[in-house]
Design a protein. Sequence first.
Length: 611
Amino acid sequence: MEETGPLFIDALLLLSSGVVAGVVFKRIGLGTVLGYLFAGLVLGPELRLINGDKGGFLHLGELGVVLLLFIIGLELRLSRLWALRRQIFGLGLAQVLITGLILTGGAMALGQSTPASLIIGFGLALSSTAFALQMLEEKGETNTRHGQAAFSVLLFQDLAVVPLLAMLKLLAPFSGGATLDPVQIALSLSAIVALILAGRFLLNPLFRLIAGAGAREVMIATALLVVLGAAMLMEVAGFSMAMGAFIAGVLLAESSYRHELEASIEPFRGVLLGLFFIAVGLSIDLDALRHNWLALILLTPLMMVVKAVVLYALSRGFGASRTVALRIAALLPQGGEFGFVLFTSAVSSFIFDQAMASLLVAIVTLSMALTPLSSLVGRLLEERQDEEEVIDEDFEGAGGEVLMIGFSRFGQMVAQVLLSSGIDVTMIDSSASQIRTAETFGFRVYFGSGLRRDVLEAAGIRRAKIVAVCTNQREVTNQIVELIRSDFPDVKLFVRSYDRVHSLSLRAQGVDYEMRETVESALSFGGAVLTALGAEAELAEAIVADVRRRDQERLDLQEVEGIYAGNDMMTTRVVRPEPLTKPKQAPARQDGPPEGRTRSADAEASGQPRP
C-alpha cells in the first residue's frame, strides 16, 4: 500500500481536477479541452502537486487519441473515405507542403540551420487531431462540411508523420547517410495487408463467437484488444498507433457489431483523452517559458496566423464557402501532439538542442490552449448562416412498395398512414438535420437527393409500386418529376403540389395523382368552423363535400381549357344551409334571390339546369 499510495493520490488529483475544470470551462463556454489543460498546468508546473512520471501520464493519455481515431473509423465506410479522397490528398497535402515550407523559411530567417528549419517548419505544420476532433464532437459538428474537411486534413497529417520521421534520419548529422531499408518497407506493407485481411475475414467471426457467449465484459476486452493490437501492429510497421486504430475502425465500419464496439470503447476513450490533455498541461516547462517569454508571445500567434491564412486560402481554392473556410482555419491553427514526438526525436538525432525543443513544445502547447479562442474569433467573423450536416448515403435495406422522396411535414403524415397499414415505405431526404430529427421519433429515413438518378436506383425505384414526391419546394418537385418521367417512365407518380397552377403543370407532365398541400386541411378547417358556429355535423360535411367536388370539377376543366376556365363554379352551391338562428321578423321580400344564395343555386334548387 505504501508503494501504490502516491500513484493513487496522483490519480485522485487528476480525476478531481479534471472534473472540476472540465465543468467550469464548459459552463463559461471555453470547452472541456482548455479546462483539462488548465487543470494540468495548475497541478504540475504551478502547484507541483503531481510528482510522478508526467511522461507516463502523457503516454497513457495518448491511448485516448488512439481510441478516438478508432471510433471515428467506425463511422466511416470505405466508400465515404473514397468520396473524401480529394480533400485528403488535395487539401491535406497542399496544407502540409505550403505551411511547412513557409514556416521552414521563417525558421531559416531566424538563423536556424536547414535541417533544423525543416523539422521545425513541418513539425509545426501539423495540427492537433485530439484537440480539433474533440472540439468538433463537443459542438456536434463532426459530420458538417467543415468538420469533414478538417478531418481530411488531419488524416493526411497523420499519414505525413511517417515520412517526417524518416526525414529525421536523412537530416541527422551523424547518420552517415540514410538509405531505404527494403526490410522495413516490406514489413510496413505486410502489416497493412495483414490488418486488412484480419479485418475482412477474422474480426466479424470473432465478435460473432464472443457475442454468442453472452459475456459483455469479454466483448469489451475484445474490443480493446482489437484496437490496441491494430495500433501496435502499425507502430511496429513504422506508422502511428492512431493510424492503426483508425484503419481497424474503418475495416469494422461495415460490421453488424459496430454499434456494440462503439458503446464498449466510448467510456475509455473519454477518460483517456481527458487524461491526455491534462498530461499536456503537466508537461509545460514554465522555466523555459519564463526565459523565452518574448519569443513565445511573438512566435505562437504568428505561427497560428500563418496556418490559418494558408488553410483559409486553400479551403476557398478547393471550393469551400467563406463560412466553411473560416471555420476550418479557426479550428486547425494550433500545433499538434505529433510535434512532441518529432521534436524529441530531433534532439536525439542532434538536429537541435533541448532548449529549442522546449521552446517548440511550449509553442505547440500554448497554441493548443489558444485554439478555443481562435475558434471563437472565427465564428465572430463568419457569415451568419446555418451549415447543413453531411451524412453517408447508405441504402442498405431500401426498396419498399412505396418510395417517398422528401420527409416534409406533409410527408410525415403520409408516412404514418402507410406505415400504420403495414406498407413497406422507403423514405429519402436530402436534409441531414431532418433525418436526425426523424430518427428520434423512430423513422428510418435514408440520406439522398431525389434529383440524382443513382440515388433513386439505390433507393429501389425500380421495385417500388408507387413513388410519392413530398418535397417542399415547387422547383425541386418539378425537377424530380421530370427526371423520373424521363428515366423511369413506367413508375406510378403521386405528387404533392404547391398550388392550383402547380397542380395543372404536374398533370401536364403526366403524374398519376397530385394533391395541393393545403386543400384537405383547409376544407377540414372550414368544416370545423361551421360546426363551431352551430351547423349540424351532417350539414357541415355536405357543404365541405360539395366544395371539394366543385373544386375538383373546376380543376379538371382548367386542365383542358386553361387556368381561367370554370370561374363561375367557385360560387355555385348545391347545399343551402338553414339560418343558424330564427330571425325575429320575416325579412322583406326582395326582387332578387335571398341573401346568401346565388341565382345558380336557386335555379338548381327548382330543378332547372345550372348555367
